[in-house]
Design a protein around this ligand. Structure first.
Ligand code: ZN
Length: 273
């Protein structure tokens, strides 16, 4: 499933095509949403936001189309009226004079009023967005130390959308690696410096993955691994998907364990227990 940085990049791409312009036509595949087609058609799209793994297409007049791609949803942007060659099902479309933004295969789509977004059953449970630039490191430290999270294993906290929206499996592994903490450690096991390092790594990894399109290696490591002829995956991640490969920092073989029902990758030397 795409994680926060990928969804935000998709929102940027869709926003570039449709934000700030009137939608000449809006269509939905689901019967219960069809009544919104004439309501939204002709309205200007104000902007397209990501909130965790959800996307919010905001129309003038306070109406918002909420969509969640789940595993299969995919956005396409095409010149107005041209459709991609795909067997997927078109679920939501916004057309304007020059572009069409088309959402295929997503099963969760709804039309909401902006003022009631917080009451949506999915959005209500989300924590702050990982990529929200107003999320300060000190607020994140306070969140980590709060009763809700301090006693739980970091492997679980770092998949919890209520902790931070947009986290997923690769971000979890990469953040914990850069913070130098074992996936089974808890916040209450860390000293003040450890919590600071974790909060810093969290924000850095999220922003870097967003800026680079899903790479978490810093520039220096990237340049070094590239010089050594690293493959695409070797050039993307420190640990994620690299079981048995040497750690980019220390050469120890990366291990994979099951945590929270999903694989987590870590370096036993850089992330001691
Ligand atoms: Zn290592």
């Amino acid at each position: 499933m795409p994680e926060g940085p990928e969804i935000r990049r998709a929102a940027d791409r869709v926003g570039k095509a449709i934000a700030g312009r009137p939608a000449t036509a809006v269509s939905f595949a689901f019967e219960h949403l069809k009544r919104w087609e004439p309501v939204l058609s002709g309205r200007r799209v104000e902007r397209v936001d990501a909130w965790g793994k959800a996307m919010l297409t905001r129309f003038e007049g306070g109406l918002v189309v909420y969509s969640h791609n789940q595993l299969y949803g995919r956005w396409y942007v095409r010149n107005a009226g041209s459709l991609p060659d795909t067997n997927r099902q078109l679920r939501f479309a916004v057309h304007n004079a020059s572009k069409s933004a088309l959402l295929y295969s997503a099963s969760e789509i709804d039309v909401l009023e902006a003022e009631h977004l917080d009451a949506h059953p999915f959005l209500a449970k989300l924590g702050p967005d990982l990529l929200d630039r107003s999320l300060a490191e000190k607020d994140l430290r306070a969140r980590l130390r709060s009763d809700a999270y301090r006693g739980r294993q970091l492997a679980a906290v770092y998949l919890d959308q209520g902790f931070l929206a947009g986290l997923g499996n690769y971000l979890r592994a990469e953040i914990l690696f850069l913070a130098g903490v074992h996936p089974k450690a808890r916040v209450k096991d860390l000293d003040a410096a450890g919590v600071r390092k974790l909060a810093k790594a969290t924000l850095e990894v999220g922003q870097r993955a967003y800026a680079t399109g899903g790479r978490t290696l810093d520039e220096r490591t990237f340049a070094r691994v590239k010089k050594q002829g690293g493959t695409r995956r070797e050039l993307r991640f420190f640990v994620y998907g690299r079981k048995g490969r040497p750690c980019h920092r220390c050469g120890t073989r990366i291990r994979r364990i099951d945590a929270g029902g999903r694989h987590i990758f870590f370096c036993p030397t850089c992330q001691p227990r």
